[in-house]
Design a protein around this ligand. Structure first.
Ligand code: NAG
Ligand code: NAG
Ligand code: NAG
Ligand code: NAG
Ligand code: NAG
Ligand code: NAG
Ligand code: NAG
Ligand code: NAG
Ligand code: NAG
Ligand code: NAG
Length: 481
């Protein structure tokens, strides 16, 4: 009887779901990407399952053979454990296919009817073998070059749709959640006909525009001196004063991404906001980092005021946290410098942030009210960091609610191991002033022109195969005594 009483008590507590659980948050989708290669640092037993409705394992990778999507670069042994742990916790288990370093053969895999059929067979094989509930297509990007050596075709968008239609028609995938991680601008039009976009809404459960990594221009020969703009802005209208060539003006924001996708024909209820548990760093010298009026009082950091969007040298790459690489050769054989990314946990570990995400005493901090994201200045490194904190996650959550979006998807689960950012977005109140006005376009009209390549520069740094290999190496080194 005592046991029954305890069980009843436990059940009652579960029913009174807290606002910091996925169940209590009212989001249809509270999603995280789990990077399998960070498992040594982020064991499955440490994952805060109650804060998620769905979790997606990253990554499986299309190979030159459309019938052979590969888990060779991920841990094929870990995936079944991941699925079992998710299911034990009532969380839908997904697999993400592609990524920044894993999109080389998407275009050719989907390039012909017979290739698509092989690809679909490979996907349904994975669904059955691993008992998956969700497949996420992280193609970076249909019709737009990503890492540099991807196969690419002007028919990518229509081939992507044709594959999804064929997959959806399969009895094995008919009840599976199908999603796509996308750029902040809609898939490129096929022969200037953007009315193909609404058809994706019939076969995908949702799209997740990846609203991060928006502060860099990595194009070779890009202007050396640029402005350090927010990596994951809610709104980017504040950059209007930034001259063309000075930065990445109009590269996109949560607001612009949702406006563009809605206008192209994806209903709000099928949009999940991609949010980052990491930020980007820039080498900004102290004379540039602060407003001139405050530079005299350099003995007292808290008295210094950070300058908005200061200039930095794009060629002088910063080194990020332990999960960031120091540079190396990517899958295309090209050299890439360090990424300069800082995960939320690492900003806390380094002492720049307190455990609750507030800036530590003496760390210069600036809240950019327009982008609704913070900056901090690491005095010891001469490095400015654009990142996300509980306040910016609360703003993103308020935006999701105000616009009736399905929820959020965070890259990556391990970036916020204590759920500090998650709690903020899960318990975010709505904020009507963040509502956008864009209405979905009727299916047969073309209202948007796709960004001509500006999204091609958008990077999803953490999925670089090279970063991946380095991360595994670093993790192994960490584990060694
Ligand atoms: C979720 O919905 C319930 C019922 O409508 C409401 O009482 C609660 O405040 C909502 N929670 C959040 C976080 O919006
Ligand atoms: C179909 O896949 C094969 C590899 O098996 C590839 O060589 C070919 O180019 C693909 N077809 C198209 C049209 O992309
Ligand atoms: C889909 O249906 C199959 C067959 O009924 C079932 O085994 C599987 O669990 C279902 N999957 C989901 C995600 O509902
Ligand atoms: C664009 O595509 C839609 C549906 O695929 C079709 O109905 C429409 O006729 C096309 N419009 C043009 C101008 O090609
Ligand atoms: C990035 O730099 C290149 C080379 O200078 C330039 O052509 C391109 O327009 C820049 N992209 C953005 C989004 O600013
Ligand atoms: C530093 O500046 C802050 C803000 O002006 C002030 O409150 C604080 O007392 C100063 N600390 C020292 C050690 O001067
Ligand atoms: C600081 O950085 C700015 C912008 O990159 C540069 O113009 C300036 O010369 C630098 N100053 C010093 C003292 O290095
Ligand atoms: C974070 O923790 C510090 C130290 O306990 C506290 O002073 C600060 O108010 C907290 N910040 C927030 C936003 O709660
Ligand atoms: C690059 O940045 C670092 C750290 O801010 C600085 O010490 C160094 O002088 C910079 N190098 C160049 C060539 O600007
Ligand atoms: C709602 O959003 C607006 C616009 O970003 C902001 O100014 C305001 O402070 C927000 N209100 C709340 C209660 O957070």
């Amino acid at each position: 009887m005592i046991l029954l009483g305890l069980l009843a008590l436990a059940a009652a507590q579960c029913a009174a779901a807290s606002s910091t659980t996925a169940a209590g948050s009212n989001y249809t989708a509270a999603v995280g990407w789990y990077a399998g290669y960070h498992e040594p640092d982020v064991p499955l037993s440490s994952v805060l399952w109650t804060k998620y409705t769905h979790m997606t394992y990253a990554f499986a990778v299309p190979t030159v053979d459309p019938g052979a999507i590969s888990l060779a670069e991920s841990d094929a042994e870990l995936l079944p454990q991941f699925v079992a742990a998710a299911h034990k916790n009532g969380v839908k288990a997904g697999l993400s296919i592609g990524g920044w370093g894993g999109s080389q053969f998407y275009s050719s895999n989907l390039g012909s009817a017979s290739n698509r059929t092989s690809f679909v067979k490979s996907v349904t094989g994975l669904i059955q073998k691993y008992k998956l509930d969700l497949i996420d297509f992280d193609w970076e990007y249909p019709g737009v070059q990503g890492i540099g050596c991807n196969t690419i075709s002007s028919s990518d968008t229509q081939n992507f749709l044709a594959m999804l239609q064929e997959l959806r028609a399969s009895p094995i995938a008919s009840n599976i959640t199908l999603t796509a991680a996308t750029a902040v601008t809609p898939f490129p039009a096929t022969n200037t006909n953007t009315s193909i976009i609404p058809q994706f809404a019939a076969v995908l459960d949702w799209i997740a525009p990846m609203v991060y990594d928006l502060s860099w221009n990595w194009t070779a020969g890009s202007p050396v001196i640029q402005r350090a703009l927010p990596s994951s802005p809610l709104d980017d209208s504040c950059f209007a004063e930034v001259a063309t060539g000075e930065g990445l003006q109009g590269r996109g924001s949560a607001k612009s991404a949702v406006e563009a996708w809605v206008a192209a024909g994806i209903p709000r209820s099928q949009i999940v906001l991609g949010v980052p548990a990491y930020g980007h760093s820039f080498n900004v010298n102290a004379s540039t980092a602060f407003l001139p009026s405050s530079s005299s009082s350099s003995a007292n950091n808290t008295a210094l005021q950070l300058a908005p969007y200061p200039f930095y040298n794009t060629l002088n790459h910063t080194v990020g946290d332990a999960w960031d690489g120091t540079g190396g050769t990517d899958i295309c054989g090209a050299y890439e410098g360090p990424g300069g990314t800082w995960d939320f946990w690492a900003l806390v570990d380094a002492g720049y942030l307190l455990a609750n995400g507030s800036a530590a005493a003496g760390v210069p901090y600036w809240w950019d009210a327009c982008s609704e994201t913070p900056y901090l200045y690491a005095m010891d490194k001469g490095v400015l960091v654009s990142y996300d904190d509980p306040r910016s996650f609360a703003a993103k959550g308020a935006f999701v609610r105000a616009n009736g979006l399905a929820g959020f998807s965070m890259w990556e689960v391990g970036g916020d191991p204590k759920g500090v950012l998650l709690d903020a977005i899960l318990s975010a109140p709505t904020n009507a002033s963040l509502a956008i006005t864009a209405a979905a376009a009727p299916a047969a009209t073309s209202t948007t022109t796709s960004g001509s390549g500006s999204n091609g520069a958008q990077r999803r740094r953490r999925v670089d195969g090279r970063t991946l290999a380095l991360a595994v190496l670093i993790a192994v080194c960490w584990m060694a005594p």
